[in-house]
Design a protein around this ligand. Sequence first.
Ligand SMILES: [Zn+2]
Length: 302
Amino acid sequence: MAGKAKKRALLALAALGVGAVASGCAADTGAERDRGAPAAHGQQPRLAPPAQALREYAQRLRASQAARAAAAKRWGLAKPPLTAPAGPAAKPLLTTRKGFEVRGQAELPPVFTTVPTKDKVVFLTVDDGAEKDPAFLRMMSDLKIPYTAFLSDYLVKEDYGYFKRMRDHGVALNNHTLNHRYLPALSYEAQRREICGMQDVIERRYGKRPELFRPPYGNYNRDTLRAARSCGVKAVPLWASEGFADHMEWREWDKDLHPGDIILTHFRGREDWKGTMPDMVRTVLKTVTDRGYAVARLEDYL
Ligand SMILES: [Zn+2]
């Protein structure tokens, strides 16, 4: 269901006094809350057709929670991941992280490592495109974990179909340049070819021009942001922490998650890591769930 439609339905549910079910959606288990729900229904023995539709929607929500718990077990997670709340109605105002600005930043796409929000959510972003593990696609759809991909054409072109399947699962495909060069060493024109060329590839192959761009290695200069803006980039998300198959690495001194943090990981496997992409997902989700966070869709907040 689209974010807006879901939000409307949740609001309507709350108005009908079945908010218990809606809030169960944002919790790891709806079991206790669900016991409260029938009483609310009991006071409304005859449901008008819209109420009936909402009741069915609530039942579907419970069913999807049960499916998620089963999927978590199947994929070897200690706990089912928490479900993210519906994204904000008003998008947060994005500003460039202090110390990350270039000259004239106010006119250029913002560069940030955390999205301003009070929601206990984090965002998962997966870069490059080397490893094309079908188990990763299955695991993420099974668990219904949203993520955003930042793709580099020299790796993606080995198998455009893999990322088409990803897009068909609702994953946004974003720009990580054609050849993954160290951009600050290139002229404005060469950077423009790297960034705008990838905009064109993604639009041609996958039907949508990306709005998000991440420079390789997180390195950029003023020309990078000017070039990105010139071919339609709206924002430049970097990252606050990085997930590997067997550990996390942190940008912040407190080595912790914060509301709105962006987590980086990669399409990598045993050649680079001590494990597989599903191992990486287990490591990241354990970190996220144990600390009481849910993974939300980056695009819902931008
Ligand atoms: Zn990269």
